[in-house]
Design a protein around this ligand. Structure first.
Ligand SMILES: CC(C)(COP(=O)(O)OP(=O)(O)OC[C@H]1O[C@@H](n2cnc3c(N)ncnc32)[C@H](O)[C@@H]1OP(=O)(O)O)[C@@H](O)C(=O)NCCC(=O)NCCS
Length: 163
């Protein structure tokens, strides 16, 4: 089959079930329909999907938060927080995850005026840590016992001027 490549675009709420299916297939952190709808209603511009041959194979969703800079300066910041990202197993290592993060961070900066991006990631998740390091995110903190099963999280952050 010819590889038609992929297309990154804004999520459409009619596609919620497909996104939820990807989430449950790829991650142990799952959410209610209310949670997805609420994020989409508040921050539609950073809820993106990756489409391959007309089917959704990946997503990213973010929350815009007011808080303190994660990058060592004691200054208030508007943060673009990656709440969840996943790409279906058969479609990994094609650059889709990277493009989802790049587009979401660019849109967080341009459309929501965010100055920093950040996320939590399991310390054992080599693929995701590799993805964020590939994009120049820094490990800024270790959150001990952050996940329900007791695993630690890296908090990783980046200045959105880089996007
Ligand atoms: C993390 C995830 C989204 C990456 O998606 P992806 O589309 O495969 O990533 P990309 O193809 O864009 O990879 C970009 C770069 O990230 C790094 N990377 C990606 N997968 C990696 C892996 N398995 N091991 C090490 N580095 C990896 C590499 O530097 C890669 O560049 P390269 O392929 O040129 O070497 C995907 O593995 C996934 O959905 N995992 C399950 C869900 C998950 O863990 N989500 C993150 C929660 S914080």
């Amino acid at each position: 089959m010819v590889d038609a490549g992929y297309n990154i675009r804004v999520f459409n709420p009619e596609e919620l079930q497909q996104v939820m299916n990807i989430n449950t297939a790829c991650l142990p952190e799952n959410y209610s329909t209310f949670f997805y709808r609420d994020l989409y209603q508040k921050y539609p511009e950073t809820f993106l999907v990756a489409e391959v041959n007309g089917e959704i194979q990946g997503y990213i969703m973010c929350r815009i938060e007011k808080g303190w800079s994660k990058l060592g300066k004691l200054t208030p910041a508007r943060l673009c927080h990656v709440v969840s990202i996943a790409v279906m197993e058969n479609y990994r290592r094609r650059g889709i995850g990277k493009e989802l993060v790049i587009k979401a961070m660019m849109r967080g900066r341009e459309l929501y005026n965010s100055s920093e991006g950040y996320l939590e990631v399991r310390v054992s998740n080599d693929a995701a840590v590799g993805l964020y390091e590939n994009l120049d995110f820094d490990k800024v903190k270790r959150n001990y016992g952050y996940y329900m099963d007791g695993e630690d999280a890296w908090v990783m952050a980046i200045n959105l001027n880089k996007f």
